[in-house]
Design a protein around this ligand. Structure first.
Ligand SMILES: NC(=O)c1ccc[n+]([C@@H]2O[C@H](COP(=O)([O-])OP(=O)(O)OC[C@H]3O[C@@H](n4cnc5c(N)ncnc54)[C@H](O)[C@@H]3O)[C@@H](O)[C@H]2O)c1
Length: 261
């Protein structure tokens, strides 16, 4: 098959959870530019609709649906909407994240809230979405983890800032995704479903990243001494979504500009 065909997502229905968020928007754009039909879903339907409209104005096939992954009824409603409106699902990008926990000494309730969305909700959602992939004869699951799911915090990045108390839940649930993808690879292989992870580094976001943090961080990045830009994740996501990665499952791609190599 020609490599352009291998990378094409034509006629593929792709769901990106949290597609109105920072990395989510980049992933939606990449999958849609590869000719996929892309649905972005999270709690704020209006925000997702706005993102979908902006991409549709550029001729991309992007749609919005509502999803609260902490709410089983909402997960089931999304499943029904995907089946009825789009005929099912071929690619599922598990990208949503809730960040309720504010540091090591935060109340346990914040940890529990995080697990409700990032562990229990994530599992509920992936199990229900997998049914749709099975009905279509297979597909690709992509978990968006983080380099923080692979390594402990590098506290020197936070020197000179007030960011030095990283939330522990984030390291816990992102690490879990790596082995959950391996688990899924084994139990879903008979259904022609692949499951992989992308573990990105920090995406440039001037509004939340103090200059000192960016300086501390980027001097360790081999690729251009910079934060990730919106294009960096697009190709990785399209690759893992498409037939170009048909012989890859249970894998994790670290996308950190060489910071940890
Ligand atoms: N931004 C970064 O620098 C960075 C770095 C490494 C990894 N990541 C990973 O990328 C992914 C996206 O992160 P981001 O920074 O773009 O996040 P973000 O905060 O910009 O967006 C997160 C999205 O998740 C959605 N969400 C939260 N709770 C939800 C729920 N209950 N149901 C449905 N949707 C819900 C939000 O509405 C939002 O759209 C995450 O998996 C994160 O771990 C991000």
């Amino acid at each position: 098959m020609h490599v352009k065909e291998l990378l094409s997502l034509k006629a593929k229905v792709c769901l990106v959870t949290g597609g109105a968020g920072r990395y989510g928007k980049c992933i939606v754009e990449g999958l849609a530019e590869a000719d996929g039909t892309v649905i972005t879903a999270s709690r704020n339907l209006e925000a997702n609709q706005k993102v979908a409209n902006a991409f549709r104005e550029r001729g991309l096939d992007v749609h919005a649906l509502a999803l609260d992954q902490a709410d089983h009824a909402s997960v089931l409603a999304l499943k029904t909407a995907l089946a009825e409106q789009f005929g099912g699902l071929d690619v599922f990008v598990n990208n949503s994240v809730a960040r309720p926990m504010k540091g090591y000494n935060a109340p346990l309730e914040q940890w529990e809230e995080s697990m409700r969305v990032n562990a229990t909700g994530m599992f509920d959602l992936t199990r229900e979405m997998t049914d749709l992939l099975i009905e279509r004869g297979g597909g690709s699951i992509i978990h968006i983890s983080s380099m923080m799911g692979m390594f402990g915090p590098d506290l020197s990045n936070y020197e000179g800032t007030d960011m030095g108390d990283p939330a522990p839940d984030y390291f816990f649930h992102n690490a879990g995704l790596l082995n959950y993808a391996r688990y899924q690879s084994h139990v879903l292989a008979e259904h022609n479903i692949r499951a992989n992870c992308i573990s990105p580094g920090g995406l440039a976001a001037a509004e939340i990243q103090p200059e000192r943090f960016v300086q501390n961080y980027t001097k360790k990045v081999l690729c251009g001494h910079r934060m990730a830009n919106p294009d960096d994740i697009k190709g990785v996501a399209v690759f893992l979504a498409s037939q170009a990665s048909a012989y890859i499952t249970g894998e994790n791609i670290l996308m950190d500009g060489g910071m940890h190599c």
